[in-house]
Write a protein that binds this ligand. Structure first.
Ligand code: KG4
Ligand code: ZN
Length: 343
């Protein structure tokens, strides 16, 4: 049995967690910064980085205290090393290096996207490799074949906005607070998904890439027209995103013989998206897995779990591991215009 301390600070959530190799989340603390960024309608990197500096040490003390463990009793420190807002990334990475150095423990520099990608295995012991992963977060929208720890093949990505970014921009247009996903989901419950005609960018195209910028512009026009109720716009927007995700994932399923479909990342917290992809997997005779909503949005338990998996594969890092703003999971995939740097 190994016990890993995980640290996360790559965007606007500060988090520390202790996770063991027998899939126990021994302790976890997450502090969001929504109130600090809300006046700006999005994450302000400088504010986020400063907040991580203030919050993270207290969270490390808290989880160790709750678990009644000293740093000498853990097996390794896993810290997010990218991709993300670089000022924030540096906070958890340097904290992790300091702890690893002081305690003489291995450091594991975790790719935040690998944290999302492996998170379903933390709660689902039967989910083996390979699986097809739809990774939908504030900064990414990708389809990846997960072949093993550290082994990823990207099948598709977004050519403009990420799925979460689309939710956040549509929410802003509807006067909802940042982050926009939860607000749109709630508002959509009382709206008609067929009320507003909205485009489905790239649906039907021969490569499984994504595009959401045109959808945002259409929402902007719908709001400006004054013709529609806000809840109808929210419901129609969410429905359009679901259609795009399902159509693109269907194409990727046709091209992959992976026995399971997995959805992860903050947008996977959305119930309409979870249900639609579960139905798609069923239709294709694939197993379906999605982490619980609290494990979809940014957290250190997924980073600690990636640490468990990497340590088991003897993938540890030196103390000079770099902080990376950009860090694709599949380094061989061609760069696509507009792919974001946020995680
Ligand atoms: O994975 P995450 O917490 O952070 C990044 O690594 O980006 O994802 C955050 C994104 C935000 O864009 C947020 O609006 C979206 O996830 N999100 C949702 C929901 N909850 C969070 N989108 C749709 N529906 C939700 N319920
Ligand atoms: Zn994330």
């Amino acid at each position: 049995m190994t016990m890993i301390l995980g640290l996360e600070s790559s965007c606007d959530d500060t988090s520390a967690a202790l996770v063991s190799s027998d899939r126990r989340i021994v302790a976890q603390a997450v502090v969001g910064q929504n109130a600090a960024h809300e006046p700006y309608g999005g994450v302000v990197p400088e504010i986020a980085a400063r907040a991580h500096v203030e919050i993270l040490p207290g969270l490390i003390g808290k989880v160790l205290g709750e678990a009644k463990l000293s740093i000498d009793e853990i097996d390794a420190v896993a810290a997010t090393a990218g991709p993300g807002l670089i000022g924030g990334v540096m906070v958890a990475l340097l904290a992790g290096k300091g702890l690893a150095l002081a305690a003489g423990k291995p450091l594991i520099a975790v790719n935040h996207l690998e944290g999302h990608a492996l998170s379903p295995r933390l709660v689902d012991p039967d989910l083996g490799f390979p699986y097809l992963l739809l990774l939908v977060s504030g900064g990414h929208c990708q389809l990846l074949e997960v072949r093993g720890v550290g082994e990823y093949r990207r099948l598709a990505t977004t050519i403009d906005d990420a799925a979460g970014e689309a939710f956040d921009k549509a929410a802003k247009l509807l006067g909802l607070p940042y982050p926009g996903g939860p607000g749109i989901e709630t508002l959509a419950k009382s709206g008609d998904p067929a009320a507003v005609p909205l485009p489905r960018p790239l649906v039907g195209s021969g490569e499984p890439h994504f595009s959401f910028a045109g959808l945002k512009s259409a929402v902007q026009r719908a709001v400006a027209s004054g013709e529609y109720r806000r809840e109808d716009i929210a419901a129609s927007f969410q429905h359009a995103v679901v259609d795009c995700l399902v159509d693109r994932t269907r194409l990727a399923l046709d091209r992959s013989d992976a026995p399971a479909l997995v959805v992860a990342g903050g947008v996977a917290a959305n119930q309409a998206i979870r249900t639609a992809l579960a139905d798609l997997a069923k239709e294709h005779g694939r197993r379906f897995a999605v982490p619980p909503a609290w494990l979809c949005t940014d957290n250190a338990a997924m980073i600690a779990w990636a640490g468990v998996e990497r340590l088991a594969n003897e993938l540890v890092d030196d103390l000079d591991a770099p902080a990376r703003a950009r860090w694709p999971l599949d380094e061989t995939a061609e760069k696509v215009r507009g792919a974001g740097v946020k995680a």
